[in-house]
Design a protein around this ligand. Sequence first.
Ligand code: KG4
Ligand code: ZN
Length: 341
Amino acid sequence: MTLVLGVETSCDDTAAGVIRRRPDGACEILADVVWRQYDRHAPYGGVVPEIAARSHVERVDQVIVHALEKSGHIPADLDAVAATAGPGLIGGVMVGLTAAKAIALAHDKPLIPVNHLEGHALSARLTEAAPFPYLLLLISGGHTQLIAVAGVGRYRRLGSTIDDAAGEAFDKTAKLLGLGQPGGPRIESAAVGGRASRFRLPAPLARREGCDFSFSGLKTAVRLAAEEIGTPTGQDVADLAAAFQATAAAHLAARTGRAMDMVEADFGADPRLVVAGGVAANCAIKAALKELADRRGWRLIVPPPKYCTDNGAMIAWAGAERLAAGLVPSLAEALAFAPRA
Ligand code: KG4
Ligand code: ZN
């Protein structure tokens, strides 16, 4: 049994989780505490790095203490402490990593610096048996990538966004439609009563080879359609949100289909597609990917929404996976680990 505390502070969520990795490789989530800073950033229409960093300083210790209490453990019980070491907003990364370093040092535990993207990449294995290899579609606020995952620490990037990330496109489009933040869930709710077919938005990169993504043209197309209306009513906004969401979902599925072509030969008889990152919480996107996976004979694995968005459990789990794979730096190396922006 391996008990790991994970700390995540790379964006606007102050999060800590405690997990146990069983000898058979299964995960038990003992605690998962997330303090979301939405309200503090909402007046500015997006995440303000300075406010995020200050908010993490204010709450990170309480969130960690709460997670440990919920897990029924004290720091002395831990086998390791993991923390997001980048990429992310540097002020926030420094807060969480320094808090984790302090706990590791005080209790003489290994510190495992975790790359935030690796946290998302392995998050499906928190709640399901998702054996390697798999194709990962990582769709978050800062990243949109297709990655062939061969094992812990063995990642091959097949495609990524050439402009905005998927979540960023949801957030910017929500802002221009006056829906506020967080944009992804607001667009998804607004789209429920909308008719996607009312607007013909261009499919991004329709004639481009490979499996890169693009979202900025789609966001501009929504802006132009909204400007043509003048002052969009509630129904106009719903229709625009639905059209944006449907086009984004179709684009994600189309590019993922191309990545499947690239790896299918190496993936055996039971190929798997794993989706992770905050945007994976979106039902329309999940439905488009399910349709793709079913049509191609692939298994689709999507973590529950609370493990798709940023959380401490996925960082703890990535730490435990690294520990099990023998990929842990020494405490001295770990303490010297420089966070990256
Ligand atoms: O993974 P995450 O929590 O943080 C990053 O690492 O970026 O992802 C946050 C992103 C935000 O852009 C948010 O708008 C988006 O995920 N998101 C969604 C939904 N829920 C969160 N996008 C679309 N539909 C959703 N239901
Ligand atoms: Zn994230």
